[in-house]
Design a binder for this molecule. Structure first.
Ligand code: RP5
Length: 168
């Protein structure tokens, strides 16, 4: 059966950032379960989710949090599934606090950290992890890359056309 991805956010205030991950996973046809769970405010529930995730059919966990962002690390401590952290820009420090909190994991408990607010890349990385065992996801990722290339080349063509017109 196709593996699911858990998308956990530390607060409902993270949703606007996290929704890009949910949208991208859905676009790739990957089942997603989204939760609001906090390393600080609901530590028991967060721990339980991580401990039961593999048995519940998840193949990867995405964890988004801002400020003193311990969510991804706290989940990673409780599972050997891949955990991808999204540092969220939700403070006066513009997300640098969350970036450092998420990325600076001690040796032995990895968290794959994407850019501040990098929700789309978190979803793509989760999909790439699942694609190791799932050819359908691999094919969809290939098509997504081809589409991205087409879009950039079209923009390049339009830019060159505009520049040529301005030169005339
Ligand atoms: C973090 O604190 C959350 O992930 C959020 O980014 C930030 C602020 O949370 P709220 O005070 O808006 O609930 O735990």
């Amino acid at each position: 059966m196709a593996k699911k991805v858990a998308v956990i956010m530390g607060s409902d205030s993270d949703f606007d950032v996290v929704s890009a991950a949910i949208d991208t996973l859905r676009e790739l046809g990957i089942p997603v379960e989204a939760r609001i769970l906090s390393a600080h405010r609901t530590p028991e529930e967060a721990r339980k989710l991580a401990r039961t995730a593999r048995g519940a059919g998840f193949g990867a966990i995405i964890a988004a949090a801002g400020k003193a962002a311990h969510l991804a690390g706290a989940l990673a401590a409780e599972t050997t599934l891949p955990v991808i952290g999204i540092p969220v820009k939700s403070s006066t420090l513009d997300g640098l606090d969350a970036l450092l909190s998420t990325v600076q994991m001690p040796s032995g408990i990895p968290v794959a950290t994407v850019a501040i607010n990098g929700a789309k890349n978190a979803a793509l990385l989760a999909a790439q992890i699942l694609s190791v065992e799932d050819g359908e996801i691999a094919a969809k990722l290939d098509e997504m890359r081809r589409e991205m290339t087409r879009e950039v080349l079209e923009k390049d063509r339009a830019l060159r056309e505009r520049m040529n017109r301005e030169d005339d």
